[in-house]
Design a binder for this molecule. Structure first.
Ligand SMILES: *Cc1c(COP(=O)(O)O)cnc(C)c1O
Length: 398
């Protein structure tokens, strides 16, 4: 298989019903059968090109899933109604009462809240650890551990996970390594580096338009078939189905992902370097000052850059709030949560996307109150954008 993720998406060809250049949008909640035998057979096993009911699988979701599987290098993929739908289905498919999970402590707030507050109701405990410290990971594993969970580039401190080494640890204990690659599609290929299962929020860079919420799980046939199983599959029974119209929109946007990523990365690098020159504490994996800069260089795919996410520190939460209001006024971008949009978005993690994490734990993770997270947009003239950021910083520092 070609090892260029963009090429692998490009080479995935599906024509529409009448030879359209895009696959037809599937417009039916249910599907007809010509024989009773076929329906019985489909209840028992998957049949290529045969669909049963749209919550189970529909053609538009299937095409998007296959395109994502091509990008990731997995056998297949299941798309979901949200990133959280992908994450919660994957985890609940694997664990049972009494099992334990080792998770990075710097993860998306929703995932953190799910592991910390929701799963204990079903007798599943999670240990939150520093995933960049492999000794800590090893020491946290016991005979009940079933999963190591992390993000390739974590939210909001942009720590980079050593996926190949984590896989070795997982293999020593026969457990699964699950990696959320939402911040770095194409840039990092977690499955090729050793992750058993890769989960995505498609809401972010992959769709890139901020007009849809969606997710995906990329893995081998067996795991995806278990998710879809009509008797005990989380994707079938919990119902996190993606609407086919949205799926077909996201499939089209996926084809421009590589172009967008290059511009996000170029712009983010410019802002990161220039903020650092102004002596701010900047977290960006493309900077030599980043603790995992060398690791990042050794695992990333060439050509897409270091991604569009930057976090930097303006010391106090008052500064952060004022700065974001000013930047919005000066049209740097929008004061909003989320990421991977064509315009720059900024938020302060402590009071928004990571607010599910209690203040004392935020402190232990190195999340200071003055952090501002940028998802850098596709600006044509990033120097002008940086001048505006500088102006906003001057105003709040007066
Ligand atoms: C947004 C996000 C999620 C959740 O995705 P939704 O599509 O909002 O459900 C999970 N992980 C990361 C890293 C995210 O940024």
């Amino acid at each position: 298989m070609n090892d260029n993720p963009a090429r692998r998406i490009q080479d995935y060809q599906v024509f529409g019903e009448f030879g359209e250049v895009n696959p037809s949008i599937s417009d039916g909640a249910t599907f007809t059968f010509m024989t009773a035998e076929k329906m019985i057979e489909l209840f028992n096993t998957e049949i290529e090109g045969c669909f049963l009911y749209s919550r189970h699988l529909n053609p538009s979701d299937y095409y998007l899933g296959q395109a994502l599987a091509n990008m990731e290098g997995t056998e297949t993929a299941q798309v979901m109604g949200s990133g959280m739908g992908a994450i919660t289905s994957t985890i609940t498919q694997i664990v049972s009462q009494g099992d334990e999970i080792i998770s990075s402590r710097t993860i998306y707030g929703g995932t953190y809240a799910f592991l910390k507050n929701f799963l204990p109701k079903f007798g599943v405990r999670t240990h939150f650890i520093d995933i960049t410290n492999l000794e800590t990971v090893k020491n946290a594993i016991n005979e009940n551990t079933k999963i190591i969970y992390c993000e390739s580039i974590s939210n909001p401190l942009l720590e980079v996970a050593n996926i190949p080494e984590l896989r070795k640890i997982a293999d020593e204990h026969g457990i699964k390594l699950i990696v959320d690659n939402t911040f770095s599609p194409m840039i990092i290929s977690p499955y090729k580096l050793g992750a058993h299962i890769v989960v995505y929020s498609l809401t972010k860079f992959i769709n890139g338009m901020n007009d849809a919420v969606a997710g995906a799980v990329c893995a081998d046939h067996d795991f995806i078939a278990s998710l879809r199983n009509v008797n005990d599959g989380a994707a079938m029974l919990l119902g996190p189905t993606l609407d086919p119209i949205r799926a077909s929109m996201i499939t089209k946007n996926l084809h421009t992902l590589h172009v967008r990523l290059k511009q996000h990365s170029l712009n983010a690098m410019f802002i990161a370097e220039n903020l650092e020159k102004l002596n701010y504490r900047v977290f960006y994996p493309g900077l030599p000052s980043h603790p995992q800069h060398e690791l990042m260089k050794s695992i990333m795919n060439p050509n897409y850059g270091f991604g569009g996410m930057i976090t930097f520190d303006v010391k106090t939460s008052e500064n952060a709030q004022k700065l974001m209001e000013k930047m919005q006024e000066l049209k740097v971008g929008y004061f909003a949560v989320s990421l991977g949009f064509y315009k720059t978005l900024f938020s302060s993690p402590g009071s928004s996307t990571s607010s599910e994490i209690p203040p004392e734990e935020q402190e232990a993770m190195g999340m200071t109150p003055g952090l501002v997270r940028f998802s850098v947009g596709l600006d044509d003239d990033i120097e002008e954008s940086f001048d505006r950021i500088k102006k906003a910083l001057q105003i709040i520092n007066k």
